[in-house]
Design a protein around this ligand. Structure first.
Ligand code: SF4
Ligand code: SF4
Length: 373
């Protein structure tokens, strides 16, 4: 049976003092484990060995243009919601050599460089991260061409999701119908409380891990309490996007004066596209050796905010920041729907938090919708 086949187990209760056993079972199962770890003033996915590597005793505060970690007296391991990195860099590498070329007898020999991808368990994946990954799957795996580099990394992931019971000022997953409860795409899903976790399997691979843990069936009362906490998280979100109005709301606003206002603030720094879990623009660089006998063909993340991205054959067709911001938002919320049948935004809020001038796409869309032309 395909270990990634969707499977829903009965929710179980895992005591906090037994949580380290989850790491042990995953390690014995041959997985390296990545978890959120404190690094450079934020959290980043890094290899962990014990629960102490997780950000226990910390929480995060996020607002437009602001991110800070703060100490918090709590035994919880998943009090930090997320950092700048979604799952994107773990499947679609920011920079990777795809192949090398060697000159041989007046021709070239190409050698494909496939990534090394040990089975990897990722702890603390949020509902918006799963939704972002599903969107990237559509781009890299489900179109007419499947990307072998992405596929190899993707197939070796074991995802341990965590339901959110706390939202940031920048979160709006509820309006995008992607969270705060993880819906699908996980192997295991946790809902954390002070003393324990509710744990459920979403795949056969997840069930195999769950069966090795000292858990008991979760009571209906406990499940209702968790549902209430997750619903309260959704209700606390103050930002939203009008999902039902996509894609027309953006197409209709092509000549709106609001684009000039946002362009006057935007630095075209690319941060929003780098942190976005779904943005997939990239370029390919050819790096030849000095004797021209060898060359490396490297894929590098790009952004529609760079001047070069709109430059072809002697002309830039998006020369201004206004052109680039409008292109980004219109693709993300409108053309994406036409291309892939879904919005390119999952409501994670990262582009709002990590924009140095605090540009907020929900505010921009509301302005485009509400202000008459
Ligand atoms: S557009 Fe912004 S809020 Fe939407 S998925 Fe990308 S980073 Fe998250
Ligand atoms: S919207 Fe913000 S993060 Fe995005 S390019 Fe402009 S200034 Fe940078």
């Amino acid at each position: 049976m395909d270990p990634s086949a969707e499977y829903n187990s009965s929710p179980h209760l895992l005591a906090r003092h037994d949580f380290p056993q989850l790491l042990q079972v995953l390690t014995h199962g041959g997985y390296r484990i990545l978890g959120p770890t404190i690094s450079e003033g934020t959290v980043q996915w890094k290899e962990i060995r014990t629960v102490n590597d997780l950000p226990v005793g910390w929480t995060d505060q996020q607002d437009p243009g602001k991110y800070r970690l703060e100490p918090k007296k709590s035994p919880r391991v998943f009090n930090v919601v997320h950092g700048p990195d979604s799952l994107k860099p773990l499947t679609f590498a920011p920079r990777e050599t795809l192949l090398t070329l060697d000159r041989k007898n007046n021709t070239f020999a190409a050698r494909e460089i496939m990534p090394e991808t040990p089975p990897t368990a990722i702890l603390g994946v949020r509902a918006c991260d799963l939704a972002g990954l599903a969107t990237q799957d559509q781009i890299f795996l489900k179109g007419p061409f499947s990307d072998p580099y992405y596929r190899q990394r993707r197939e070796n992931l074991f995802l341990v999701a965590v339901n959110c019971t706390r939202a940031h000022a920048t979160c709006f997953c509820a309006s995008m119908e992607t969270g705060p409860k993880a819906q699908e795409g996980y192997d295991l899903c946790l809902t954390e409380a002070d003393d324990d976790f509710v744990i459920e399997a979403g795949t056969q691979a997840g069930l195999k891990v769950l069966e090795q843990l000292p858990s008991s069936l979760a009571s209906n009362e406990r499940l209702s309490q968790d549902d209430e906490r997750i619903q309260a998280c959704a209700d606390s979100q103050t930002r939203s996007l009008p999902l039902a109005s996509f894609p027309d709301i953006l197409y209709d606003a092509h000549d709106h004066p609001r684009w000039d206002q946002v362009a006057a603030r935007c630095l075209s720094c690319t941060n929003c596209t780098m942190v976005c879990p779904t943005c997939f623009c990239h370029g390919v660089q050819e790096t030849p050796s000095l004797d021209f006998q060898h060359s490396e063909h490297t894929r590098v993340w790009d952004s529609c905010f760079t001047p070069d991205h709109g430059y072809i054959h002697g002309k830039n067709f998006r020369p201004t920041i206004k052109d680039r911001y409008r292109m980004w938002l219109t693709h993300k919320l409108a053309a994406w729907v036409d291309q892939f049948g879904t919005s390119g935004c999952v409501g994670c809020g990262r582009c709002i938090t990590w924009c140095p001038v605090g540009i907020d796409l929900t505010e921009e869309v509301l302005a485009l919708q509400d202000t008459p032309l």
